[in-house]
Design a protein around this ligand. Structure first.
Ligand code: SF4
Length: 207
């Protein structure tokens, strides 16, 4: 019998791997370590051949995404490296507006109002893809039509099942928990925050 993915072991591995960077105050490095470990596991354990997600399919990028502080730090650093000062300024404005519009909305309300993620580019791709949050990586679907139906129904307060690769979901959720446990073990804030507000905070702090 082939071995099964062990999510508890994944949590422990990510926690252990992220602690050294956190102890040195290197938040972004801790997030990148967690992401790399999870991506390696994803390559090893998941069969992505049936996953329909790809560039330009942005239907799920309208729900609230929870991130840990190291993840938002990694995104903020990435944006500072990749964007010109004027593009970064425009993005900050976009994040500020989105944060104000969505901070009190649940998923259903946000979908209904169609407040899409500020990191979606014009082609519907994720502009922070290499450093995107762990929970964004966990979301997947084997059928894009199912996502469209599910999002429309969720806006009306009803659920529609989405068939997804459960191993992929488990891997990235375990990595998220492991990173949270690493923060806790280091005596750091292990709460999760909403994506737009958290990245904005990190960008403002680095001014
Ligand atoms: S960070 Fe990227 S993947 Fe996540 S919701 Fe935003 S655009 Fe989508």
């Amino acid at each position: 019998m082939s071995p099964l993915f062990d999510s508890k072991q994944m949590v422990v591995s990510v926690e252990r791997a992220a602690i050294p960077a956190l102890l040195k105050g290197e938040f972004a490095a801790a997030a990148l370590t967690a992401q790399a470990l999870a991506e390696d596991s994803h390559l090893y354990w998941s069969d992505s051949s049936h996953v329909a997600c790809g560039p330009g399919c942005d239907r799920c990028c309208v729900v609230n995404v929870a991130v840990l502080a190291p993840e938002s730090e990694a995104i903020a650093r990435y944006l500072q490296q990749e964007l010109s000062p004027s593009a970064l300024g425009a993005l900050r404005e976009k994040l500020t507006i989105l944060h104000d519009q969505t901070r009190w909305l649940d998923d259903e309300e946000r979908i209904l109002a169609n407040h899409r993620c500020a990191f979606l580019d014009e082609g519907g791709s994720c502009s922070v893809y290499p450093v995107r949050p762990l929970l964004c990586r966990s979301v997947n679907s084997t059928n894009a039509d199912d996502c469209h139906t599910a999002m429309s129904m969720l806006a009306l307060g009803e659920n529609h099942p989405i068939i997804s690769c459960l191993v992929q979901k488990e891997i990235f959720e375990a990595a998220f928990i492991g990173l949270g446990q690493a923060l806790k073990s280091c005596g750091l804030d292990d709460r999760s925050f909403r994506l737009a507000g958290s990245v904005l905070l990190r960008l403002n702090e680095s001014d």
